[in-house]
Design a binder for this molecule. Structure first.
Ligand code: CA2
Length: 148
């Protein structure tokens, strides 16, 4: 059975309440409820966390290091700045899928570099809240194929 940890970084707790033209109108709670239903249907275990603090994100990754098979992470602005979060994720030795609601490549130049992409199995960006569902679907399909 797959164990998937969905981790969101700074300001993503505001989803659905501000800047809908960039980040949409779906709240983080709604996204998480949809992912939980998907995981339940597939018989997978899923856990969620969000923090606005870099060190707390590192702590959360370390706490879930043994439990999780796969990390699906939207590190928010820390994507572009945090060596600490990258090191924590790399140290887990577990799979990482990086997601972004917005297409970071058609925004400001500083958003084009990610400290996480080099250690990620894949990156999904620009499809709004669907990126979480698409990433989870990929993980679940792969897990199903790997099951004898
Ligand atoms: O597109 C993404 O998912 C980002 O990770 C979002 C980050 C941004 O710094 C990254 O470059 C790309 C920002 C998250 C801000 O979330 C908000 C949500 C609602 C209202 C305001 C901010």
């Amino acid at each position: 059975m797959s164990r998937i940890f969905i981790l969101n970084g700074p300001n993503l707790n505001l989803l659905g309440t501000r800047e809908p033209s960039i980040y949409g109108t779906t709240t983080l709670a709604e996204i998480e409820a949809g992912l939980k239903a998907m995981a339940d249907r597939a018989g997978a275990e899923i856990a969620f966390a969000q923090s606005n603090h870099e060190g707390v994100l590192v702590d959360l990754v370390q706490e879930k290091r043994d439990w999780a098979d796969v990390f699906i992470v939207n590190a928010g602005a820390y994507t572009h700045t945090s060596v600490a979060l990258r090191d924590a994720l790399a140290a887990t030795g577990k799979r990482l899928i990086e997601v972004h609601l917005s297409n970071v490549h058609r925004r400001e130049a500083f958003r084009r570099h990610s400290y996480l992409s080099e250690i990620a199995e894949g990156v999904m960006a620009g499809f709004g809240p669907h990126v979480y569902r698409l990433a989870l679907e990929y993980v679940l399909i792969k897990a199903e194929r790997a099951t004898p």
